[in-house]
Design a protein around this ligand. Sequence first.
Ligand code: CMC
Length: 389
Amino acid sequence: FGLMSYDPAFDNTASCRSSITYIDGERGILEYRGYPIEQLCQRSTYLEVAYLLIYGELPTREQLDQWVYEVTHHTFVHENIKAFMQGYRYDAHPMGMLLGCVGALSTFYPEAKRIDDPQERHMAAVRLIAKMPTLAAFAYRHNMGLPYVYPDNDLSYPGNFLSMMFKMTELKYRPDPRLERALDVLWILHADHEQNCSTNAVRSVGSSRVDPYSAIAAGVAALYGPLHGGANEQVVRMLEEIGSVENIPDFLAAVKRRERRLMGFGHRIYKNYDPRARIIKEHAYEVFEVTGKNPKIDIAVELEKRALEDEYFVSRKLYPNVDFYSGLIYEALNLPKEMFTVMFAIPRTSGWIAQWLEMLKDPDTRIARPRQIYTGARNRDYVPIEQRE
Ligand code: CMC
């Protein structure tokens, strides 16, 4: 095969150069543009982090105000998108709805095809970040059979999302600041994670120079998968199935017999505790102060403890990942499991955009076109249908 290397899951292939997110998987370190994730979670907001990821620097006060203003004033979607949403079956999975609607946005903003124009790229970034929570909330209300709630531009980015999700009366929705903050932190943690499956999909599709809405739709599709963003939903299903702390040993035994997978555990890059999981675990208890405790947290904590004492997990360096505790928070917020991956897609949008922009600006970018090692037949003569067996 000449100089070609066989690396089907890109274990050992750098597909790009990037200055957005740094991960040291052995030491459990995550930084965005050089800033440790712990500091960003303590001191920043999701929208500020989105700006940092996309534009490379923390914004000045003026830049931040302008950015927040622009995002806030693009939260509405075209009424036809609403009609589009209504066309889905009553029980459609919200990730499927989101996927279709993000793709559909490309037809509402055809000017976004001008990907060499910095102003068009900026507008697409603003629109995608602004509209993703609206689409997510509409998908939820569709499933619940509830009227859609329009954005409330007086509220913060997470506060507006809570309003579009949970507002039940004509009165103004007043989000609990502790829940707003918890959502902001969760969204900071999920904003980017270098070349994961969905980001790779965005870059790969984007390298064809398609418009950003179509490229980001590819990211949503990849995130939908149970080994990627779908894992948070699977964790809660797994904890439900385990049912109580007494059943943990039997479940772990089934994992070790390879009959089951411990969802929310293991990571291609982290061979140490995922720093995001640690922060989410702390915030889970803060959310429970508002919502009441999710009893499954006791099973999760015990499951983690037993797994981390077990030779099978220790030798394979399997630790809790970002998805292990996040679903418990979403459940405490009364979100149905189908919405959990949507809660991941909302913030990952900023990472996808940052990576898409970086790809466009890199002079080394060419259309992604991996090679293959052909293993099929060759040079066969066509067989007429009557002679086939
Ligand atoms: N439960 C049990 N065994 C596991 C697990 C797990 N969750 N993860 C890995 N292993 C074992 C695997 O069987 C293999 O063992 P052996 O060497 O004896 O064959 C070894 O650990 C290495 O695993 P791998 O499958 O080669 O690891 P990978 O890098 O290909 O997979 C992963 C990474 C995240 C897909 C995998 O750990 C997994 O399936 N975890 C559960 C799903 C999950 O939580 N996904 C969320 C990932 S983080 C957020 C995101 O990306 O969205």
